[in-house]
Design a protein around this ligand. Structure first.
Ligand SMILES: *[C@@H]1O[C@H](CO)[C@@H](O)[C@H](O)[C@H]1NC(C)=O
Ligand SMILES: *[C@@H]1O[C@H](CO)[C@@H](O)[C@H](O)[C@H]1NC(C)=O
Ligand SMILES: *[C@@H]1O[C@H](CO)[C@@H](O)[C@H](O)[C@H]1NC(C)=O
Length: 372
């Protein structure tokens, strides 16, 4: 007897939730397919659960409360006014530079590196923004401010030894008790060049402690004998890169979620959507999927009997197949009860590099079924 084909995800989820028989090999293949459609090479194993940036929570909550009447395009990130269905917070992998610098007294230098290869080739980068902020507040600074100089590194340098010709100043700003304690910089163009292999040398940031009264005299820095103490006071700098991109293959025309969310509970053997709540814990994915913890996915099940009524949304072919089936039940199976309308959800998760990612993901919820 011929089996009806169940779509990838539902097959995977239901197998893993042991709703159907477990075929381990098939489950592994299905899991790999699902992960690769999320741009993941394998099931992520976050080394630590990095905190979820509040902006991503906000976007996630906004995405999941969209009702059937709202016509916000799921493939636009309205916060930045750009097209996209993936928002990543890419962690900085650079480290402190310990080599001495000629023009940098009372100064901490750090290399910044954002691994852009987490973006797949198919993705179109639409926006990238660097955020730098101090982990502590700067009230203890007293009469001091920090000057922040950000450089793009143009070529590889011998361990931390930087020649001015191998870097380019992008920004120079003061941060202090009276000023904003964070900096945002639009790095869209630079991030795009970083996607080319061998083109990402990262950036350097120099934090220099300056006495307020000396701010106007360029070279009058705090005496260097105090520098060890002062550098120890340097607050920790947190840097991250927000990257918005669009995977056009996962962004079809906008569709409204139908009322099938509230499925009728009338018992019937006829083809229709059935309630299925998928808990990611049952699938063993709770350590890398941050939210939702589960969702109402539903599935299609039931007979496609002769004569096929209009409400079963049969194709002409399915109508003929039920007719033939009624004459020859052994030789020709009934048509299959399959999803004909699916809707998306948003997911917040850790990728293989511990970055927090918000992704709009198509075809996750069965809204309507039909006989095919
Ligand atoms: C960047 O990430 C990719 C894929 O996740 C990895 O293969 C590569 O080694 C990483 N590069 C660096 C410099 O960390
Ligand atoms: C960021 O920079 C890009 C390229 O320079 C520009 O097209 C875009 O409008 C900027 N976006 C914002 C939000 O400033
Ligand atoms: C068939 O489609 C209609 C709307 O197009 C829908 O209301 C109905 O629930 C669908 N039938 C099934 C079995 O899902």
């Amino acid at each position: 007897m011929m089996l009806c084909v169940i779509p990838n995800l539902l097959f995977l989820m239901s197998s893993l939730s042991s709703l159907t028989f477990i075929d381990t090999e098939n489950v592994n293949v299905q899991e790999k397919l699902f992960l690769s459609s999320m741009g993941l090479s394998s099931r992520p194993k976050p080394s630590h659960q990095a905190p979820v940036p509040s902006l991503l929570w906000k976007l996630f909550e906004k995405g999941s409360t969209q009702t059937s009447t709202s016509d916000t395009d799921p493939c636009v990130v309205s916060e930045y006014g750009v097209r996209g269905n993936i928002v990543r917070f890419i962690q900085d992998q650079g480290s402190l530079i310990s080599a001495p610098a000629v023009h940098c007294f009372n100064c901490v230098r750090k290399h910044l590196f954002f691994n852009m290869s987490v973006l797949e080739d198919v993705e179109q980068l639409s926006f990238a923004q660097l955020e730098m902020k101090f982990k502590q507040d700067l009230a203890h600074l007293g009469p001091h401010v920090f000057s922040v100089d950000l450089y793009r590194v143009l070529r590889t340098t011998l361990k931390g030894v930087t020649h001015e010709s191998s870097r380019k100043l992008l920004l120079s700003q003061s941060l202090g008790p009276g000023a904003h304690a964070s900096v945002h910089i639009n790095l869209t163009d630079l991030a795009e060049t970083w996607r080319k292999p061998g083109k990402n040398y990262g950036m350097q940031v120099e934090l220099q402690l300056k006495h307020l009264s000396n701010m106007l005299q360029e070279d009058a820095y705090v005496e260097s004998t105090h520098s060890a103490v002062q550098i120890a006071q340097m607050p920790e700098l947190y840097t991250s890169l927000v990257v918005v991109s669009l995977n056009p293959l996962q962004c079809r025309s906008r569709r409204k979620r139908s009322a099938a969310y509230y499925l009728p509970v009338t018992p019937s053997n006829v083809c229709k959507p059935r309630r299925l709540y998928i808990d990611f814990k049952d699938v063993g994915w709770q350590d890398w999927i941050i939210a939702p913890q589960g969702y109402l996915a539903n599935y299609c099940h039931g007979e496609c009997p002769f004569p096929l009524s209009e409400s079963l949304n049969g194709t002409n072919h399915a109508i003929l197949q039920t007719l033939v089936h009624s004459f020859d039940p052994k030789g020709t199976p009934q048509p299959c009860c399959v999803p004909i309308k699916l809707s998306p959800i948003s997911m917040l998760y850790y990728d293989n590099n511990d970055n927090v990612v918000l992704r709009h993901y198509e075809d996750m919820v069965v809204d309507e079924c039909g006989c095919r």
